[in-house]
Ligand binder design. Structure first.
Ligand code: GAL
Length: 671
């Protein structure tokens, strides 16, 4: 048995992607020196080096990489060595055009960008495996090697392929899943619209069709596509385990991404890593970033993770790429740290002079060491050095949000009462409400042990397996508190409606049943209670034991007026609230306040932080982050601010985009 991977060296990692193939070797030497000056501890190398390592079918060139690895070892800089498989060289796609992916409309995508491979291509699988094996054997014992970086951002451009090889792979996967074609026919409900299959051999991927495609076929396709990419990842992981045992491996996730079920993926990571590109032009993007970071922390049950990519300033792929004002990259990096990251890395080290990303910011911008970007790079590197003791500590949460990719995929299927019910849109107001209250949350999968949490929120669980609902009911029965959002418990794992109507297997614990869905037309809202407003969605709700907390005051076409909108049910030693509509900020906030109080969830500070200020506790460290352009006064506990080394008292003042990382005394950390 191979040894379990050793952890990354301690401290907070600092660095970025380094693309040496874009530069002459004299520049490498200068870069290594500048990296030392900036306090860089780790660089990601080789993400796009396949064509440089293997310029042609039978040609291998490793000497340059040997020299580069030696250079970093000599400078005490660790390497997150990429397997380079995200961008196959042109010779491979010319040898076998089936490597190139095909869209749902049958268009084969051309070479000339990146990630141009079909997840089910045999030729790609073999060529990638060969490359990884050679890299692993060659560098397994290299002193600079700190971490393996598998592929790059799986699913960034291509998440699915509709070519014949993919179709065959899909059929194999279906056969494994269902064993018999009868089981598939049942699951897919093929009695409908004459879709019966006499054999697996007739099944194809859900290509562009005349009308709505079978929803369970679509759902299984989503499951399959996540699996097909994961299979590639596992192939590489296995090779690394064999030939480079003991070295940890990661692949950089893309925050809360619909196409990949990261609960499944995270099982194969030694350390979770994320690429995050919040938009500086969006005044609320730090809240979305917090949400993503909470997910990254949660994917391995609270273990520290790495922010492997972010932009030092502007990106180059939005229609308009607004740079980060001075101080913003520091603040947003501290935010990742607050939410459990042990590494702050960037794309990229040196700004490219050619290619699609030549206008993307870098730690070392075109203007060189005179630039404001470089000044910030050096200053922040020094600050991170002062935060080393934070590494390894845990961000704790008493509240959890259930996230289920199966349910997400099914929710966003076709032909629903409303197309507007999108997971991210449903989730966000719930997260925003907790964020504003300074309540930290974890994400959990639907089969999680919920007992560590005082409060569990399910903003939407359209697809809900009976066994998962039973776990939730048992959690409530034992004294837990649950809040469940609308259009939940609607279908089972095959996207078949639960008998008797929503919320299906949660009907008893919630003490309600839905008579009919009443989606709200675009642009309209309905009034709930005295002041709250709901948009997108409402339901004709019938209590079966639950008390009514809020009623519809003026519903769609006036039909629901006076009927219950929000309910609460006592169940065992706990409580279960149900929201039958998509409530806006104020209304949702009041329902959540009731649940937070009943569950005795403690916010990070006494009371909500001032507006625009983020408060997160990580172990004994209290992070206070001022996301506004005004000074903020914050009632904080006394302690030492690690950023300044100074004692801070009860009334901390933070300037615009200011931050403090306060080491509090143990008694103050009890929560
Ligand atoms: C990421 C990618 C990097 C670079 C970066 C630019 O998606 O992994 O290679 O393209 O975006 O923002």
């Amino acid at each position: 048995m191979s040894p379990s991977p050793r952890p990354l060296p301690g401290g907070i990692h600092y660095g970025g992607d380094y693309n040496p193939e874009q530069w002459p070797e004299e520049t490498w030497a200068e870069d290594a020196k500048l990296m030392q000056e900036a306090g860089v501890t780790m660089v990601t190398v080789g993400v796009f080096s396949w064509a440089r390592i293997q310029p042609d079918y039978a040609q291998w060139e490793f000497d340059w990489l040997d020299r580069l690895m030696d250079l970093f070892a000599a400078h005490g800089i660790g390497v997150d060595l990429a397997t380079g498989t995200a961008s196959p060289p042109v010779w491979l796609v010319r040898l076998d055009k089936d490597v190139l992916p095909v869209t749902a409309d049958g268009v084969r995508l051309e070479f000339g960008s990146r990630q141009h491979y079909c997840p089910s291509s045999d030729a790609y699988y073999k060529a990638a495996g060969k490359l990884v094996r050679k890299l692993a054997k060659r560098y397994a014992k290299h002193p600079a090697l700190a971490l393996w970086h598998i592929n790059n951002e799986y699913g960034d451009h291509v998440t699915e392929c509709f070519c014949p090889a993919s179709a065959q792979h899909f059929r194999r996967w279906l056969k494994q899943r269902y064993s018999t074609v009868d089981a598939l026919n049942h699951a897919w409900g093929t009695a409908f619209w004459s879709q019966h299959y006499a054999s697996f051999g007739y099944v194809e991927p859900p290509r562009t069709a005349p009308g709505p495609v079978n929803p369970t076929q679509l759902l299984d396709w989503r499951r399959f596509c996540s699996y097909a990419l994961l299979r590639l990842h596992r192939m590489e992981r296995e090779i690394l385990r064999q030939h480079s045992p003991g070295i940890p491996a990661t692949t950089n996730f893309m925050s809360m991404m619909k196409e990949l079920d990261y609960w499944e993926w995270a099982k194969h990571e030694d350390v979770v890593s994320d690429d995050a590109y919040p938009d500086p032009a969006d005044p609320a993007s730090h809240v979305g970033a917090a949400l993503n970071y909470d997910l990254m922390r949660s994917l391995k049950g609270g273990k520290p993770w790495l922010l492997l990519e972010q932009a030092p300033s502007g990106v180059s792929w939005r229609p308009v790429n607004v740079p980060k004002p001075p101080g913003l990259q520091r603040l947003w990096s501290l935010q990742a740290l607050a939410r459990g990251a042990d590494g702050i890395m960037y794309f990229q080290w040196r700004q490219s002079r050619a290619g699609a990303e030549k206008f993307h910011s870098a730690l070392l911008p075109h203007r060189g060491t005179a630039s404001r970007g470089w000044q910030e790079t050096v200053r922040f590197g020094a600050e991170l050095g002062r935060l080393a003791e934070v590494a390894g500590s845990r961000t704790a949460a008493q509240t959890a949000i259930v996230l289920d990719w199966d349910s997400w995929w099914a929710l966003e299927g076709t032909d629903h009462p409303s197309e507007r019910m999108r997971w991210r849109d449903l989730l966000r107001p719930w997260y925003d409400a907790l964020y504003a209250r300074g309540v930290t949350v974890d994400f959990v999968p639907p089969d999680a042990d919920l007992s560590p949490y005082r409060l569990v929120l399910a903003p939407n669980l359209y697809l809900l397996r009976t066994e998962h609902a039973q776990r939730m009911a048992a959690y409530v029965h034992e004294g837990g508190h649950l809040v469940c959002g609308p259009f939940s418990g609607v279908v089972d794992e095959h996207d078949h409606l639960h008998a008797g109507g929503a919320p299906g297997p949660l009907r008893q614990v919630l003490g309600v049943v839905v008579d009919e869905f009443w989606p709200i037309p675009d642009g309209e809202t309905v009034r709930v209670g005295e002041e709250a407003q709901a948009s997108l969605w409402s339901e004709w709700l019938v209590p079966e034991g639950a008390e009514t907390l809020l009623s519809y005051a003026a519903g769609v076409l006036g039909v629901l007026d006076g009927l219950p909108a929000v309910t609460r049910n006592s169940w065992g030693r706990g409580s279960a609230r149900y929201l039958s509509c998509h409530l806006g900020g104020f209304g949702l906030g009041s329902v959540l306040d009731g649940a937070l109080t009943e569950a005795e969830v403690l916010p990070v500070l006494d009371g909500a932080p001032p507006s625009g200020v983020e408060a997160v506790r990580r172990g004994p460290y209290l992070f206070l982050l001022n996301h506004t352009d005004r000074e903020a006064a914050i009632p904080a506990p006394p302690g030492t601010d690690l950023l300044t080394g100074e004692q801070v008292g009860e009334h901390l003042r933070l300037g615009p985009l200011g931050a403090a990382v306060i080491r509090t005394t143990p008694t103050e950390t009890e929560s």
